[in-house]
Design a protein. Structure first.
Length: 202
C-alpha cells in the first residue's frame, strides 16, 4: 500500500489556489511557473485570437476572434477535467481512468504515486506543485501533465525546464537521500490522445 501522505511535505508552505500564491512563514514565495513566465511574453488571448483569425495558414482563419477565445476556453475546461480525473484515480477516488494502460506501462499507479505535491526550496525561495511523483526503489520520478492542444518547440523547452526545476526543489526537500528523476511530460489532448516526452539531456 502507498503511504497515506508524501513523507517530505513542507507543512509550513501554504498555497492560495484562488490567487495562485505560495506562502511560507507569512512570506510570499515566487512560483516556478511565474518565474518561468518572466523569460517570455505573457499570453494575450485577445491579441493572439485577432492575429490567428487573419492568418491564412491558421486553422482559425476567418473565424470571429470571440468565437476563437470561446473555443480555447472550452478546450481548456475539457483538459482540466481530464487532469482532475487522473488526480482522482491516483488518490483512490476513482477505480479507473482514461489512458490507464499508458500510466501502468510507466509504473504510474495509485499504489506508488502521489498527486499534486507542493515543492519548495528554502535556498532559492521558489515553490511549485508536481502533478505526479512516483516512487521506485530509492528514486522519485516526477511527471508533469499538460493539456495544451498544440505544443511548439519553445513551449516544450519551457515545460522541460519546469520539470527539471521541480527536480531541484524535491532534491533539497529530501536532503538528497533519493535519486530524483524527470520522468517526462504527459500531454493529454482534448481528442483523447496522449504522448510522453522524457527529458533527453538528463
Amino acid at each position: 500500500m502507498k503511504k497515506e501522505t508524501f513523507p517530505y511535505l513542507q507543512y509550513a508552505l501554504q498555497f492560495n489556489k484562488k490567487k495562485h500564491e505560495y506562502i511560507y512563514n507569512d512570506m510570499k514565495v515566487p512560483s516556478v511557473t511565474g518565474w518561468l513566465s518572466t523569460f517570455s511574453p505573457p499570453f494575450d488571448p485577445y491579441k493572439i485570437s485577432k492575429e490567428v483569425s487573419k492568418n491564412p495558414r491558421s486553422e482559425y482563419f476567418g473565424m470571429n476572434p470571440s468565437d476563437i477565445r470561446k473555443k480555447w476556453q472550452k478546450t481548456s475546461t475539457r483538459g482540466t477535467k481530464k487532469h482532475n480525473s487522473v488526480e482522482k484515480w491516483i488518490k483512490g477516488d476513482s477505480e479507473n481512468v482514461e489512458f490507464q494502460d499508458f500510466f501502468e506501462l510507466h509504473n504510474i499507479k495509485p499504489e506508488n504515486t502521489w498527486s499534486e505535491i507542493p515543492l519548495f526550496s528554502k535556498k532559492i525561495l521558489l515553490a511549485g506543485t508536481a502533478d505526479l511523483i512516483t516512487e521506485e526503489h530509492d528514486s522519485y520520478i516526477i511527471w508533469d501533465i499538460k493539456t495544451s492542444q498544440k505544443v511548439n518547440e519553445d513551449k516544450l523547452k519551457k515545460f522541460k525546464f519546469q520539470i527539471l526545476t521541480y527536480c531541484v526543489l524535491l532534491q533539497e526537500m529530501t536532503e538528497y537521500k533519493y535519486n530524483i528523476i524527470p520522468g517526462g511530460i504527459i500531454s493529454i489532448r482534448s481528442k483523447s490522445k496522449i504522448s510522453e516526452d522524457v527529458h533527453e539531456e538528463s
